[in-house]
Ligand binder design. Structure first.
Ligand SMILES: CC(C)(COP(=O)(O)OP(=O)(O)OC[C@H]1O[C@@H](n2cnc3c(N)ncnc32)[C@H](O)[C@@H]1OP(=O)(O)O)[C@@H](O)C(=O)NCCC(=O)NCCS
Length: 139
């Protein structure tokens, strides 16, 4: 990881908004990246020093976990930080009693999710012009 010490910490939902917005939906208003039940979620950030460089949010409903709004700063992508965060979320989801985990995956990240044993379980659908599919796996 480029000799940079990174650390995963629990953060508040509001701390995720700027990265959610700038990485995922820069053309939408900031409010677009807020999730109705953010208050019920578990939010995690990866830090390079004091800089928040990637975020992910976990929602657990019974034995089903979902993660949303997974975003790493462009100049910090492909250095292993997303892997650390997703592994952390899977561990937390199991600890919280989930038996499956899913996400709405952008198709351009599908190969990333396949590395974690996740597979498409829906048809392709669109949010705006961006193609997605639901990806899922057992925990
Ligand atoms: C998807 C994302 C969170 C992954 O985080 P990351 O820190 O870049 O991921 P990692 O560095 O841990 O990647 C692990 C491996 O997957 C690969 N990978 C990362 N993103 C990929 C992608 N979109 N497609 C295919 N492979 C990908 C990496 O190259 C790396 O491969 P390597 O081990 O051979 O070097 C990040 O790239 C990102 O924010 N992308 C833009 C926003 C996005 O698409 N979010 C997901 C929406 S569903």
């Amino acid at each position: 990881m480029n000799n940079v010490t990174s650390l995963i910490r629990s953060i508040r939902a509001e701390q995720t908004y700027l990265l959610r917005h700038s990485v995922l939906w820069p053309d939408k208003p900031l409010d677009y990246v807020k999730v109705d039940n953010d208050v019920d979620g578990y939010h995690f950030g990866a830090f390079f020093g004091e800089d928040l460089v990637a975020v992910i949010s976990l929602f657990v409903d019974g034995d089903e976990a979902r993660f949303r709004k997974f975003a790493a700063r462009p100049n910090c992508q492909r250095q292993g930080i997303g892997t650390l965060l997703l592994n952390h979320v899977m561990t937390e989801a199991r600890r919280l009693g989930a038996a499956t985990i899913w996400c709405d995956a952008r198709l351009d990240a599908a190969d990333f999710y396949r590395r974690f044993g996740m597979e498409a379980v829906s048809e392709v659908f669109y949010k705006g012009t961006i193609p997605y599919a639901k990806f899922s796996r057992l925990l």
